[in-house]
Write a protein that binds this ligand. Sequence first.
Ligand SMILES: [Zn+2]
Length: 396
Amino acid sequence: MSTSIAHGHLADIDRIAQVGQDRKRGGYSRHLWQAADLELREWFIQRAGDLNLDVETDRNGNIWAWWGPPGEGAVVTGSHLDSVPGGGAFDGPLGVISALEAVGRLQQAGVHPTKPFAILVFAEEEGSRFGVACLGSGLMTGKLDPARVLALSDADGITFADAAKHAGFSTSALGYDKEALSRIGVFIELHVEQGRGLIELGSPTALASSILAHGRWTLTFKGQGNHAGATLMADRDDPMVAAARAVLEIRDAALSFKGARATVGKISANPGGANVIASSVTMTLDARADSDESTRALVDDIVKRVGAKSVTEDSWSPEVRFDSDIATKLRKAIGEVPMLPSGAGHDAGVLADVAPTGMIFVRNPTGVSHAPEEFAELADCVAGIDALESVLRGLL
Ligand SMILES: [Zn+2]
């Protein structure tokens, strides 16, 4: 066991435990270029420096830490450091910390990579600040249009362009990054499991087989803004009522599609006063199912059911099937572990159609993720690091 795993805890999880704690929601709120994210980026750069890795930030804000000279066709592993609002301690950081641990162990064992090798930390994986998930990997692969991203704004109305400027990050070369992509020969992401799959299978680790097709939409309901006291019930055109019905319809629609999931996680009334009938209500829809067709069919059904005035698609990620050769190599390195589909999106999913990609999941005994209860036992984290170390040893 590596020396940096403290008794009973993964030491680096403890070291960053104070960063970005959300006193209001519980858990962590670590969003792109805000104080907590900047602090975690600094922490990573320092940790990488301790391992004599050379750090660079790419055109899209992703951080690379190279063990040896950078080059094409590298073995790359990593994850992200940002979180959802009030998220858990493991989603993202576990993959980054496990990568650092694995490199430390390989160095201690006297391994010298015969190929270029890097740890990669992606920017804004959760999309919590600017509303679009996998920003760093999406920009790098050309799946996201830089002009659109520059114009995105956060909850305070700050645009991506202004936030970048404020953080001292140049956006002049934002977007498709051919050079960075040519450097990824293979990408492995270790991640805490986000459901109950591994609890039920009784295994500390698993490999990802696929990622469900998923997307995000914004639904807007319009009505007549008016006085909460002076307007008779019969005279109202209250969009909040339509929105409330829509939430129930969305649940019913998802229940009618096998294995589908649909969530309204965010809703806002405009203008938003306790004694004001809203003039409009907007809500987010996150919908996922096991194929592109069934996800599209689910969303079509929802749109038909809810009668929203406008429906805009904010993001779309088709179903991902991870590389079977990489899965074979992973199994050869770590033994027969279960294969699990992922209901959650990941940067590894974005990279999967530009490079051979694989994922290792670590059991989460609560089965809860994107919430403070998310957890991983030390022994399972160590099993994950063991797996990642073996895999990297086989690839280097
Ligand atoms: Zn994640």
